[in-house]
Design a binder for this molecule. Structure first.
Ligand code: FES
Ligand code: FE2
Length: 458
């Protein structure tokens, strides 16, 4: 990597798209557009399909499904991951089936045996057994019947695939996000929980419920007493990022770990931490909550907010270190530049932090533009060997396990999808400062799709 942090954070891209734009509804509603996404978008872009630790052992694999394509991602050697189309080369049966209600299939083994006529494949994708192969009179060469490969690479502990053999390398594709997120050492994080469901909205509507801070006071009024959660949004080439505005002298407070904004920061920080822990189960950890709950006891009354923040974060960092959880050290300037979340084109959001993160993904559910698969996962740092065992839990929208904060976001999704369909709606009008990530998403989508570019609102 030759680029420096300064290069990739050039203001030319960061401040682009600051004029008012409007976006037509085609990308959200059109069946033709949804169908065209398969070839123009999904078969061209890098897509996040899982974590490296999900296939820790040689022979372990997971599948990933995107519209008509199912892909097996497998560890074939201690340091090698390969990906294959999940289809038997004989008559086209899917090699592995996804169990009902499961997000994906997973397993471990030395070979795949097709259930239809028993053709076998080894982990290198070679077809190793065809019953009565001589009937093909010698023309069924190894090359004709091996599993077809898909490009695969890893970054930040995630596995990404790309079905386009001509695509650029993953690392180049991810810039400038990859460089700006490097200090956070995201590859060290592990799942705390992960849930998925199907929404009655387009995948873009689902992602756009989380790629801005403009909605926070109105969709989540409970947060108002804890301070302002409004922030900026920047175009970063094909990706975007968002971050909070911080009061002067509290630059660290631009990150995820914010102190409460009440009169007594000791009290409001504890209140906010308890609220988030109980009602969202995101964006904080047990250590942070525990330390926040001791602030009143351990700090004198009248401690200024910046001192409360410093004590809280330093104490939590030290106590985590004592139990073998080392937070990455990220310079305040890098925290400020990286913001609180990245929208990785086209459909993955990384809400990074110094000891926990919250990520979202959304993708089509068949060719119905009114439906999508949505996933949310919380990650954190754990002492080695103490990472929890997790799996993707199908959790419908009204399930109490979502707690209360995320369902507030969910409540807008189908309503937006429905609302956009009326003749009385003229197109979205994203906030040019706080919702620039949405404009940038559609600007980049239009390059792949050949339609749907944001238009000047003036
Ligand atoms: S389709 Fe797989 S062996 Fe026939
Ligand atoms: Fe929200």
């Amino acid at each position: 990597m030759s680029e420096t942090l300064e290069d990739v954070q050039g203001t030319a891209t960061a401040e682009a798209l600051s004029e008012p734009f409007t976006i037509g509804v085609e990308a959200y509603l059109s069946e033709d557009y949804a169908r065209a996404e398969r070839d123009r978008l999904w078969r061209k872009v890098w897509q996040q399909v899982g974590r490296v630790e999900e296939i820790a052992e040689v022979g372990s694999w997971i599948t990933y499904e995107i519209l008509d394509d199912s892909i097996i991602v497998m560890r074939t050697a201690p340091n090698k991951i390969r990906a294959y189309y999940n289809v038997c080369s004989h008559r086209g049966r899917r090699l592995v089936d996804t169990p009902p209600r499961a997000r994906n299939a997973r397993g471990r083994g030395r070979q795949f045996v097709c259930g239809f006529h028993g053709w076998r494949y080894d982990i290198e994708g070679r077809c190793t057994h065809v019953p009565e192969r001589e009937d093909w009179q010698g023309v069924l060469t190894d090359d004709k019947i091996r599993l077809r490969e898909v490009k695969v690479d890893t970054w930040g502990g995630w596995i990404f695939i790309n079905m386009d053999p001509e695509s650029e390398p993953l690392r180049d594709y991810l810039e400038p996000a990859a460089t700006l997120l490097e200090p956070f050492q995201l590859e060290r994080f592990r799942y705390r929980w992960r849930r998925w469901l199907v929404f009655d909205c387009n995948w873009k509507v689902a992602l756009e419920a989380f790629n801005e801070t403009y909605h926070v006071p109105y969709t989540h009024p409970e947060f108002i007493p804890f301070g302002s959660f409004l922030g900026w949004s920047r175009a970063q080439g094909r990706h975007s990022n968002i971050g909070f505005e911080a009061p002067k002298g509290l630059e660290e407070n631009q990150g995820k770990l914010r102190i409460g904004g009440g009169v007594d920061a000791r009290v409001s920080t504890a209140e906010m931490q308890n609220f988030i822990w109980e009602n969202a189960n995101t964006n904080t950890t047990e250590t942070l909550v525990d330390v926040a709950n001791r602030l009143v006891k351990e700090l004198p009354e009248g401690t200024p907010p910046d001192q409360v923040a410093k004590y809280w974060l330093e104490t939590a960092r030290r106590e985590d270190a004592e139990r073998g959880v080392d937070w990455p050290t990220v310079a305040p300037e890098a925290v400020a530049k990286s913001g609180t979340a990245w929208q990785i084109f086209p459909n993955f959001q990384i809400g990074h932090g110094q000891n926990n993160m919250l990520c979202y993904g959304a993708r089509p559910y068949g060719y119905d533009p009114d439906k999508c698969i949505f996933e949310a996962a919380v990650y954190q740092l754990y002492p080695e060997g103490q990472e929890p065992e997790t799996e993707w839990l199908y959790t419908p929208q009204d399930d109490p396990d979502w707690r209360t904060v995320l369902p507030q976001d969910f409540s807008n999704m189908a309503a937006v999808q429905q609302g956009m369909k009326t003749q009385g709606f003229s197109g979205t009008k994203p906030n040019p400062y706080r919702e620039r990530s949405t404009v940038n998403l559609h600007r980049n989508l239009s390059k792949y799709m050949g339609t749907g570019a944001p238009r000047d609102l003036a």
